[in-house]
Design a protein around this ligand. Sequence first.
Ligand SMILES: Nc1nc2c(c(=O)[nH]1)N[C@H]1C(S)=C(S)[C@@H](COP(=O)(O)OP(=O)(O)OC[C@H]3O[C@@H](n4cnc5c(N)ncnc54)[C@H](O)[C@@H]3O)O[C@H]1N2
Ligand code: MOO
Length: 391
Amino acid sequence: MITVNEAKQLVENNVLPLPLKRVPIAEAAGRTLASNVYAICHIPAFAQSSMDGYALKFSDKDQPLDVNGEMAAGTAVKIKINSGETARIFTGAPLPDGADTVVMQEKVTIIGNKIKIEDEKLTQGSNVRNMGAEIKAGELAMEAGSFLSPAAIGFLAGIGIAEVDVFPAPKLAIIVTGKELQTPGKDLAFGQVYESNSFSLTAALKNEGINEIEVFSADDDLQALQNVLEKALAANDVVLLTGGVSVGDYDFVLEASALCNVKQIFHKVKQKPGKPLFFGTKDGKVVFGLPGNPSSVLNCYYNYVVPALKLLSQQESKITEIEATLAADYEKPAGLTHFLKATYTRGLATPLTAQESFRLSSFAQANCLIILEQDRSHFKKGESIKVVLIN
Ligand SMILES: Nc1nc2c(c(=O)[nH]1)N[C@H]1C(S)=C(S)[C@@H](COP(=O)(O)OP(=O)(O)OC[C@H]3O[C@@H](n4cnc5c(N)ncnc54)[C@H](O)[C@@H]3O)O[C@H]1N2
Ligand code: MOO
């Protein structure tokens, strides 16, 4: 059996970025840019006023100026001012030819059709946005690898870019296995359990910006599972199976994966919960067999699936590992890394009760997972430990 760190390394070594995709900028938010973007024109495309006021030649500022013409934002008409003249101008409008400065309207006195400027601080170029001040045609606007935040999308729109290459979000299938599963809202017959894994995973995936999710269910039958897995692999980049990865007579995930030509990278990790975790690949597609217990599913999701999703989409993970102080003594047998459902507040990590892997009640309260090292047993209140921040 491999260690947690070995398993994480194997995930990192075996997941490649998805092929880039050209998308309209409206669909690019939250993605990582896959190719450099260069400016297609100067922005602003013309010298532009940043205030409502009057445009003038700076050398004329000390004399009364005749108001001759007007430039409003969006005007398509060019005008020219001569020496001794000014033009009314509004924020965002192009400067008239002959003007190099704008004075705010609050800083002038109007006398008939003339203005007198009373602005000691006025300098040449005041209140003018120069052509190309934001970016010049041909300049690098955004570098491949940049995160496309809302501001980045606005910036690209503002410089006239309509489409960009991004690393897309993976298309993803969830396959829940087990004939004991019943849909929430229906009555439980003897032996049935409510199906919760597809719900927790779908919710977690949506948090990561993944919206193309297909959910399948498969009985505990090799042929049925092989058929569903084949279908899921054909249409998706990632397949998450839950349940059926252990050693029981009805655990068919490994066999079905082999029959679908999924290459096994590892099976079983020295960890609790989620020991029988399976990871494989097929032609760049990624397959995780998540041990069926609901806490094991989510624990493996945060520790292994999220890093794989981030590699596919070339994104930074929001699930971060930090140092914290353990709030209470804790005992565990040596041999497995334990991930404890816990709360993290102001540097302090407090383990919750109900750590069993079939239970989600404490996971529902948790905002972190405490990592307790594999080969240690006694953990003392006040010692420094690592936690994975989730949610
Ligand atoms: N002899 C051994 N038995 C088991 C071992 C072992 O090493 N030797 N490992 C145990 C551990 S640890 C885990 S974790 C489980 C994992 O087993 P499977 O992945 O094969 O999962 P299942 O047996 O199918 O299900 C486990 C448990 O989870 C419930 N379940 C499954 N799917 C769902 C779902 N979609 N929603 C809600 N609950 C689900 C299922 O009913 C079982 O109770 O194996 C141990 N056994
Ligand atoms: O590892 Mo299993 O996930 O402990 O129940």
